[in-house]
Design a protein around this ligand. Structure first.
Ligand code: NDP
Length: 256
């Protein structure tokens, strides 16, 4: 009998940046749906905390230290996940960083760091996961974009360039890997209260309020609110959905 459409029992999911914020929210959602979880990030204390949280819910989880900009780290992370759980079905490319400056104030290193983590990291992990998914007869890649995949802001040039790139990279992979039954999609979160946005919320409260007021839902989102869409994109319920970019934003992106 075919499994229920939102059931991930027996599936293996690797979540980059799964040790906090949106990534941890998604890891918990995929785990609750039945998946085994590899939490992939640099900060091992944070990752141990996330693994403990997952295990407390009866979810099998491991932490793998990895800098997504380092090709050896990425290849080793995929190998470690496969060794522990026997394969890899789902990758969530969630790791991300931001540098807030005007374009002419950025130096090359700042530009490259953001592009390396947010875009090149997605490429490296997707490429490493692809052969493992082929071995399993299919798979799901879920990339985390942003409202900056659609819009831009004067202080977010490399971030917006990287997140726009994620959407286009997603389409290319979706097209290339459809014949191998691998679906590749982007989730574009709206404004979510996490470590990444904490400085903005605390230091620029007027911008925090402008964003809240512009959002039809009239509030910021929570990290756990990306999990439902991630579960949908990770399960057989989305087998005919590929190359899309889905906003989860309380309606922020429909406003003119
Ligand atoms: P957090 O700062 O809470 O999480 C970022 C995560 O990325 C951390 O887990 C961090 O782990 C990981 N990370 C950073 N650099 C690397 C690296 N070089 N290698 C591996 N992992 C890395 O932010 P959010 O949860 O808010 O962000 C998660 C994703 O969602 C990002 O891609 C972000 O751009 C995106 N997003 C966030 C929005 C928001 O409003 N919060 C809105 C739209 C998109 P560690 O430091 O341990 O490596």
């Amino acid at each position: 009998m075919a499994s229920a459409p939102f059931d991930l029992s027996g599936k293996v999911a690797l979540v980059t940046g799964g040790n906090g914020g949106i990534g941890k929210g998604i890891a918990l959602g995929l785990g609750r749906a039945g998946a085994n979880i590899a939490v992939v990030a640099r900060n091992q204390d944070k990752s141990a905390g996330a693994v403990a949280e997952l295990e407390a819910l009866g979810i099998q989880a491991i932490s793998i230290r990895c800098d997504v900009t380092d090709v050896d780290d990425v290849d080793t992370a995929v190998a470690a996940c496969v060794e522990r759980f026997g394969g890899l079905d789902i990758v969530v490319n969630n790791s991300g960083i931001n540098v807030r400056k005007l374009p002419h104030e950025l130096d090359l290193a700042e530009w490259q760091t953001v592009i390396d983590v947010n875009l090149t990291g997605v490429f490296l992990m997707s490429k490493a996961a692809y052969p493992e998914m082929v071995k399993r007869g299919g798979g799901k890649v879920i990339n985390i974009g942003s409202m900056m995949s659609i819009f831009a802001h004067e202080t977010l040039a490399p971030y917006a360039a990287s997140k726009g790139g994620v959407v286009q990279f997603t389409k290319a992979c979706a097209s290339a890997w459809a014949k191998e039954n691998i679906q590749v999609n982007t989730i574009m979160p709206g404004w979510i209260a996490t470590d990444m946005t904490e400085t903005l919320r605390i230091n620029v409260p007027e911008r925090y309020e402008t964003i809240r007021a512009r959002t039809p839902a009239q509030r910021w989102g929570r990290p756990d609110e990306l999990a439902g869409t991630a579960v949908f994109l990770a399960t057989s319920a989305s087998d005919f959905v590929t190359g899309t970019a889905i906003p989860v934003d309380g309606g922020y992106s429909i406003q003119s």
